[in-house]
Design a binder for this molecule. Structure first.
Ligand SMILES: [Zn+2]
Length: 262
């Protein structure tokens, strides 16, 4: 059963030594489609370069809220150029992160709003990050939502109310290995069955968030890889009362439709 991983940070330095093996392990595990995450201009450019020769790799281009301080009219122009690349499938990762606060909040909000406006203009989907910032994130997204096509709130780890707020706005929801964590993932395990099957997407967010339901440890301790995506499918099947086939097939179809991959 082919699976699609919508969030892979393949340009991360933790993959520098063995990126080809990481990709072949993913393909062996039937992870047949990967969307690489762009988090700043260099990373977005590198992600696109990694995609260029592989029919199963695509990328997002954008500025992560951690890097919002680097955001300027020049960066927006750079994103605009990268967005025209054949393999670009969304604007992002953009959003708000008030958990780490690596960039000042007003600057995060400005970078977020401007990237949403660009996605509207270019008619591209958006790949969004929100951590401890729902109250500000929601009104900013609401302002653009009707003019945006597809929206995914990636690595969703929020509350039931936040989940319903996003579903009410017809957002897709990206679920990572967070749901596999027997302790901190428990609240998420209890609410994922509220996500309609046609709004569910799955992602490893590699190299972070190793699925803790694995019955063996990954080769390189603590590093997540796209080949571990089936463990997220397994946990979602349990938590949503579905078969793994239903989770795999639905998320595969959703990924093709969401990112307009034909
Ligand atoms: Zn993120």
């Amino acid at each position: 059963m082919p699976l699609a991983d919508i969030g892979v940070n393949l340009t991360d330095k933790r993959f520098a030594q063995d990126r080809d093996q990481v990709l072949s392990r993913a393909r062996d595990a039937d992870v047949a489609l990967q969307v690489l995450t762009g988090t700043n201009i260099d990373v977005s450019r590198d992600a696109l370069a990694l995609c260029s020769d592989s029919s199963d790799l695509y990328a997002t281009v954008g500025i992560h809220p951690h890097h919002a301080s680097d955001f300027s009219t020049t960066t927006l122009a750079d994103i605009r150029v990268l967005a025209t690349a054949k393999k670009t499938r969304a604007i992002g990762e953009t959003g708000l992160d008030f958990n780490r606060d690596f960039s000042p909040r007003p600057i995060q909000e400005k970078a977020f709003a401007e990237q949403l406006a660009l996605a509207v203009e270019l008619e591209l989907p958006v790949f969004l990050h929100q951590r401890d910032a729902h109250e500000r994130f929601l009104p900013i997204l609401q302002e653009y939502r009707d003019r945006l096509c597809n929206v995914v709130v990636h690595c969703f780890t929020g509350t039931r109310q936040e989940l319903f707020d996003y579903l009410d706005m017809d957002c897709h929801v990206g679920i990572t290995g967070w749901v596999c964590d027997e302790r901190r993932g428990e609240p998420l395990q209890k609410i994922v069955n509220n996500i309609p099957l046609n709004r569910l997407l799955i992602e490893t967010d590699s190299p972070w968030l190793v699925p803790r339901n694995m019955d063996h440890k990954p080769k390189i301790s603590g590093r997540n890889e796209p080949c571990l995506l089936p463990w997220i499918v397994r946990q979602l099947a349990v938590s949503m009362g579905q078969t793994e086939t239903v989770i795999g097939d639905s998320t595969w179809e959703n990924t093709l439709r969401f990112f307009r991959i034909t």
